[in-house]
Design a binder for this molecule. Structure first.
Ligand code: ADP
Ligand code: MG
Length: 310
């Protein structure tokens, strides 16, 4: 007999939550051995997955259960946004630290379900374990391309303008847990103009731009004074300048993209979304990134940023 707070009670509770939210995209959701999901009409499906680990991507109790559930799905939404794709369905694997109890688990799952709702994504399955080790959440998200197809990292061309959404730096002050993934913005931008290359800023501006440069076999010049720095980057009192925070901090989850300069002018003059857009530099032929200071001097920019190490 299942007691009130085991794995199956939790799944039954989630299943009841999700049953009210079913769309006709999902032919079979939570409750069987696998879910059945209708794929896009053109038959292409995007898949992204991300793991969140207690002590690495979030710390308790600084992060609440809601923060963790939100972030677990939001990081995947941000990955699909970076492709200008529309997210459709998700599965969520959760390993809960036993001493946190069932209310923690429910709040975490509820937050993921709420965010899924907001983006018309269905949580169609997953897996649940309870142990004495750290909490871990892994979401796998499916999506479909939008009108102009997916935007890769590899499409940047010399002469392209480099744009970024929102403001960068200092995400550790809170944004990294509670950010809004730029899903609608990415789709609207790619509908308004042909984007050449895109990535979401998860490792840090310098590091993520470097991913585009390497994949596209091009270089870039960034204008130091044009990089939008967040209030949190200005408030940080750790000896690093707001610009250093904007270049090096990870987990801003803004969009970084390149497109033809005339298309960039058009987007900046007629923004198709509410989030601010800023042109921060230009793609050039060659390799590597240089930072142009207000006096005109150029400084090579190392692709600093967070990485996991053995
Ligand atoms: P199985 O033993 O076949 O893996 P489970 O008992 O793990 O089945 O899961 C039962 C059902 O509940 C499955 O449809 C599974 O996808 C779903 N499920 C389990 N855990 C979660 C979760 N954390 N989030 C969403 N669905 C879940
Ligand atoms: Mg299972």
């Amino acid at each position: 007999m299942a007691n009130a707070s085991d794995e199956f009670a939790l799944i039954e509770w989630l299943r009841a939550q999700m049953a009210e939210r079913r769309t006709d995209r999902v032919l079979l959701g939570i409750g069987d051995d696998a879910a059945v999901v209708r794929t896009s009409e053109i038959g292409e499906t995007l898949i992204a997955t991300d793991v969140l680990l207690e002590g690495v991507h979030f710390s308790l109790p600084d992060a609440t259960a809601r923060d963790v559930g939100h972030k677990a799905l939001a990081v995947n939404l941000s990955d699909l946004a970076a492709m200008a794709a529309r997210p459709t369905a998700a599965v969520l694997g959760a390993v809960f630290r036993r001493e946190l109890g069932e209310p923690f688990a429910r709040e975490l799952l509820q937050a993921a379900a709420d965010l899924a709702d907001r983006f018309a994504v269905e949580l169609v399955g997953g897996d649940t374990c309870i142990w004495d080790g750290p909490t871990m959440v892994c979401v796998t998200l499916m999506g479909e391309p939008t009108g102009r197809g997916v935007v890769r990292r590899s499409g940047a061309k010399p002469g392209d303008s480099i744009l970024v959404t929102g403001e960068l730096g200092g995400s550790l002050a809170g944004k990294h847990l509670r950010f809004q993934p730029r899903v609608e913005e990415a789709i609207a931008l790619h509908a308004a103009a042909q984007l050449h290359a895109m990535i979401d800023v998860s490792d840090g501006l310098a590091a993520d731009l470097n991913h585009i440069l390497r994949e596209s076999r091009v270089g870039a010049v960034l204008d130091a004074e044009r990089i939008p720095t967040s209030d949190a980057a200005h408030r940080a009192r750790d000896g690093r300048s707001p610009l250093e925070h904007a270049l090096g901090d990870g987990e801003d989850f803004e969009l970084l993209f390149t497109l033809a300069p005339e298309d960039a002018q058009h987007l900046l003059a007629h923004p198709p979304c509410d989030v601010p857009l800023t042109c921060i530099g230009q793609i050039v032929s060659g390799s590597g990134c240089q930072l142009r200071h207000p006096d005109g001097s150029l400084q090579p920019l190392a692709p600093s940023g967070w990485r996991h190490r053995f």
